[in-house]
Design a binder for this molecule. Sequence first.
Ligand SMILES: [Fe+2]
Length: 306
Amino acid sequence: MPRVIPTEETGRIELAELVEALNRESFDPADEESFAAMAPMLKRLANNRDFLAEIAVAELKDRCTRQSLENRYSAQVIMLHRASEKYFIRANFWPSERDSVLRHSGTSPFFYHVPHDHNFSFLTVGYLGPGYWSEYYEYDFDEVVGLPGEKVDLRFVEKSRLDPGKVMLYRAHLDVHNQLPADDMSVSVNIMEASNRLPFINQYRFDVAKCEIAGILTRTATEALLALAANHDGGNSRDLVESFAASHPCDRIRFAAIRELAESADDFDAAAETLARGAGSANALVAGMSRIELARLEANRGWIEG
Ligand SMILES: [Fe+2]
């Protein structure tokens, strides 16, 4: 369960004042207490009932130029500030089941009914509406390899809502939630931890009914480009994929390189041999994922060779 941080702040601040506080050297989003100490400031920003509408109007007047440049999310998110390697600030819209955007787009663009953890910490406040619901769990990240179907000790904590003005700190690799639609359109404002290392640390999707890892949500451009490089005969692109498979510091990327080498192999036996080498890795994720991929390949042997 994310850490609920009680705050009785009644004053209001502008977004720039929050940014100024976050830009101080002493703020470290990777440190739980440092992050939690920003709760009163976030609450004061939430007490400002005008700033978000003013930003939205300014963005619309500018044809959302800044959003196009800085916002890597869907239209669910307004990026409010992004100028630091350490953090960014965003507003999230949480439609209810009655809202046309949910009826027409479905629940997946809003990450509803997709139980997951986060590979970053974030501080959030309910800004508008009754707030989204979540079923909260906790788990031990260090006990998990990350293989699909792997059993996880998921501990249910409670179902609750991000009520207006409630401030919560979601802790990376600990808090899991199954997010459910708000009863009415709601908005939250988040301070998000940012770091160049995050793409290399796994964020998981869970099957909470089975208490299993359902998959890894983290994707990077590297993994997509490995597929292209493995199939490209020119230059030394296959050498590059082989070197990633052998020694990239991220085990998920090492496995992706092995998988793409196998996918692009000349024949079934070469593909199976590549995956068998991966299955012999001393790293549990690389070995386990390679075993799963090898089993999938073997199951399709007749189809591939026929
Ligand atoms: Fe989440």
